[in-house]
Design a protein around this ligand. Structure first.
Ligand code: ACO
Length: 359
């Protein structure tokens, strides 16, 4: 029995490989830091989906198809609730999509995510949604739909780097959830909803908002030591640190740190965050001398999304905008396996009384 399944290999994949000892993430044969620096979101979606859909158009055709799907999503979309719960808005929007295993549904899922997230953020601010521009790339269009004005080129590039960096990551909790659901042949929408539901938890994709809460709460570098100590004494986990697979620094942290440098306005915040990062790493090393706990992707995710002026409540759904590409690719791999995922459990409850023998 292995309750966290950490030593269980439950899928074979051609999509991505997490080398936790070397701190390497390989996506379709390329290092994450390389594709983050060079690929756009659409290029990576193409890379991830080539085996999944025989009718997949080339990268330029896929960008066009995603633009058209954003328009389709916008026109058919019910207005998201303005209560500020952006994960719920994305769930509600996705739940209205068809639930089959086609490329059209895959496109709608990935294209509707930024439309729904932008509209939900605006609704919470009392603003009406902004219609997509299908001629733009998905990152540029998301920032434009969010703000109502075009984003600067370096902001678009930084968001592309983010979405590329987090598009896939081996058999993480949300991807596993998506594969389990796909194995029942429930459909790509159900698999994506399962992924999103798993992603939302603070131990997975829900961490970056709390990273900023932590930085705000600490307030100044000289308050860090006491704050960290008190949090650990209360048994809390420090958000943005530690990982189930990495025994060294998460390579995505540095891919995002590199992208942050394209956004010069964030320099002061980064310098402060780096001081806190050093304090946390030092304290965790003293507390767990035999278990190396290092910075994970969520620490620099928080700083990058904040620098792009994306509100904290939208961090997890923006993560889903990128990761949905990976969920769908994995769901298609699982469907091609033609094997229901159905592990066993170890029963530890009471057993029935032995039957009384007659006479
Ligand atoms: N802060 C404080 N202590 C920690 C942290 C942390 N961030 N991470 C692990 N530890 C502690 C554990 O409590 C455990 O202590 P114990 O032995 O006294 O019980 C010890 O370090 C070893 O823990 P692991 O077995 O390495 O942790 P696990 O694999 O169960 O958890 C996880 C991994 C969930 C990511 C954890 O490190 C964590 O909670 N981090 C904070 C949340 C976070 O940043 N999540 C985002 C992850 S990246 C992603 O999913 C996109």
């Amino acid at each position: 029995m292995d309750s966290g399944l950490e030593h269980v290999v439950a899928a074979e994949t051609r999509l991505s490989h997490v080398d936790g000892d070397a701190g390497r993430l390989i996506i379709r044969g390329r290092l994450v830091e390389d594709i983050a620096a060079s690929e756009r979101f659409e290029g990576v979606a193409h890379l991830m989906w080539t085996d999944a859909f025989p009718a997949l158009p080339g990268p330029a055709g896929l960008a066009t198809a995603l633009g058209e799907a954003r328009m389709q999503a916008f026109r058919s979309m019910a207005l998201p609730p303005g209560d500020g719960d952006i994960v719920r808005a994305l769930r509600l929007g996705w739940a209205r999509l068809p639930d089959d295993e086609t490329l059209e549904t895959a496109l709608l899922l990935v294209a509707s995510a930024p439309v729904l997230v932008a509209a939900a953020v605006r609704a919470a601010r009392g603003l009406s949604p902004v219609e997509p521009d299908p001629a733009l790339g998905q990152s540029a269009d998301f920032l434009r739909m969010l703000r109502g004005v075009d984003a600067a080129a370096e902001e678009v590039r930084a968001l592309d780097a983010y979405l590329v960096t987090i598009c896939d990551h081996g058999l993480n909790a949300s991807t596993f959830a998506a594969r389990v659901v796909a194995s029942t042949r429930a459909g790509l929408m159900s698999a994506s909803l399962a992924g999103l539901s798993a992603l939302k938890g603070p131990l997975h994709g829900g961490a970056p908002g709390p990273v900023l809460d932590m930085l705000d709460d600490i307030g100044a570098p000289d308050a860090a030591e006491a704050w960290i100590e008190a949090a650990l004494q209360r048994g809390e986990r420090l958000m943005g640190f530690g990982h189930r697979v990495y025994r060294v620094r998460d390579p995505r942290a540095d891919a995002l740190k590199a992208a942050l440098k394209w956004l010069p306005g964030s320099t002061g915040r980064i310098a402060f965050a780096e001081q806190i990062e050093r304090e946390v790493l030092g304290r965790l090393a003293r507390r767990h001398p035999t278990r190396k706990l290092d910075t994970n992707v969520e620490f620099y995710t928080a700083l990058l999304l904040e620098a792009l002026d994306i509100p904290r409540g939208a961090f997890t759904p923006v993560f889903a905008c990128g990761r949905s590409v990976g969920w769908i690719a994995h769901a298609c791999e699982q469907i091609a396996e033609r094997r229901l995922v159905r592990p066993r459990s170890l029963y530890t409850g009471p057993m029935p009384e032995p039957a009384m023998s007659a006479g």
